[in-house]
Design a protein around this ligand. Structure first.
Ligand SMILES: *Cc1c(COP(=O)(O)O)cnc(C)c1O
Length: 397
């Protein structure tokens, strides 16, 4: 895939990237450093470290050795100049938006962003005089017209949640750059195994590390990677707002990331197999997955997601919400829960999960049917997942 000397494969990077330091006692595994402070007998050295003139940690709200390894691993996987981490994905997103935007400036995005991000656009940014222009998600002409209106930031997600729409990141980033806007892409659904937004023209890439990066649904975290000056500005803000990633969580995320490529490759394959089977199933009204040839932006997805189409799909059942209520409890190999990207399959209807705050009419306006089910494939056997879905469909059909 890539030049083996200059850039190892993501499978190799996921294991080794960032872990090259000499750790306490020559440990081969990254130690969890709980110490809040880092001591200096030489005051000149302390001062130089505090000012960033020499490497060195000062205080745990700012930096920490375990957390720094996590940031370095993500930086390398995303091919970024710099990376900085956060206690959650939403902390990463909000500190990034509040760093890049100020009263009187505009952000352009789409209506289908992650629920928390959508609340930032609808509520918290307008409150400080930032206008959020939210376009119909799959309408590239509308997004380009909004970009021509001169926003400071273009904020994208692809594939989107929960209907797996695909945005042409290179096309929209080129337009935004021509207009002097900064391009930010939430890469949580795709992961660096499948998609590299920085290569497609983004200035910054964001992850909820809680999802695929960690992969085990047992640690919260967020990260921003990209242009060094922008990351520095975001880090300087996070130092003060204090949404710092805990070293225990950093360790869990690092441990999870060693198997990122293994997991995501299996999840890609599972999602494609499940999507193809459901597409052919008479009890399923519609399947949303960029890997299906019939997906409206399959060509774009195939170009910008060379690693695969991701582990998340969604499908629409015939009938009403009562069918969903009978169907979901019958699944044996799935948690009914709000997260995604874990080693276990996780299912959720938007009506109780990602879009629970909206009314049925608001969900309909976003193109989210009441009988939609988001299905985040785990690393189980595809045949078992398909058999499980088929028995649950047969029971309600
Ligand atoms: C979960 C998620 C977030 C928010 O991440 P948290 O770690 O829960 O704060 C942001 N974007 C996407 C696409 C997500 O799935």
């Amino acid at each position: 895939m890539s030049d083996a000397e200059s850039r190892p494969h993501v499978r190799t990077q996921a294991v080794w990237a960032g872990e090259g330091g000499v750790f306490m006692g020559r440990a081969t595994q990254v130690p969890v450093v709980h110490s809040v402070s880092f001591g200096y007998d030489d005051l000149d050295e302390w001062r130089a470290a505090a000012l960033g003139e020499i490497p060195g940690h000062i205080y745990g709200r700012n930096t920490n050795p375990t957390v720094a390894v996590f940031e370095e691993k993500v930086r390398i996987l995303e091919g970024a100049e710099a990376a900085t981490s956060f206690s959650t994905g939403m902390a990463a997103i909000s500190d990034t938006l509040f760093t890049l935007l100020e009263p009187g400036r505009k952000v352009v995005s789409v209506v289908d962003t992650y629920g928390g991000t959508n609340r930032m656009f609808g509520e918290f940014l307008p409150r400080v005089g930032v206008e959020a222009v939210l376009c119909p998600t799959a309408d590239h002409e509308a997004i380009e017209a909004a970009i021509d209106g001169g926003p400071r930031v273009l904020y994208l997600e692809s594939p989107t949640n929960p209907t797996c729409k695909v945005l042409d990141i290179a096309r929209l980033a080129a337009r935004a750059r021509a207009k002097g806007a900064l391009v930010v892409v939430d890469n949580t659904f795709a992961t660096p195994v499948n998609q590299h937004p920085l290569e497609l023209g983004a200035h910054l890439v964001i992850h909820s590390a809680t999802k695929f990066l960690g992969g085990h649904a047992d640690a919260l975290g967020g990260v921003v990677a990209g242009d060094a000056a922008l990351v520095e500005a975001i880090f300087r803000r996070r130092e003060i707002t204090g949404a710092t990633l805990h070293p225990d969580a950093a360790y869990m995320l690092l441990r999870g990331m060693k198997t990122l490529a293994l997991r995501v490759e299996r999840q890609n394959a599972n999602a494609l197999a499940v999507a193809r089977r459901l597409k052919a199933h008479p009890l399923v009204a519609n399947v949303f997955y960029p890997g299906l040839e019939g997906h409206p932006n399959h060509d774009v997805a195939a170009r910008q997601m060379p690693g695969g189409f991701g582990g998340v799909l969604s499908f629409q059942l015939h009938g009403d919400f009562e069918v969903v209520k009978r169907f979901l409890p019958r699944l044996r190999w799935a948690h009914r829960a709000a997260n995604l990207g874990a080693v276990e399959t996780v299912v959720a209807p938007p009506a109780t999960g990602s879009h629970v705050e909206l009314t049925a009419a608001q969900r309909a306006a976003l193109g989210i049917p009441e009988t939609l089910v988001r299905y985040s494939c785990g690393i189980e056997d595809a045949g078992d997942l398909i058999a499980d879905l088929e028995q649950a469909l047969a029971a309600v059909g």
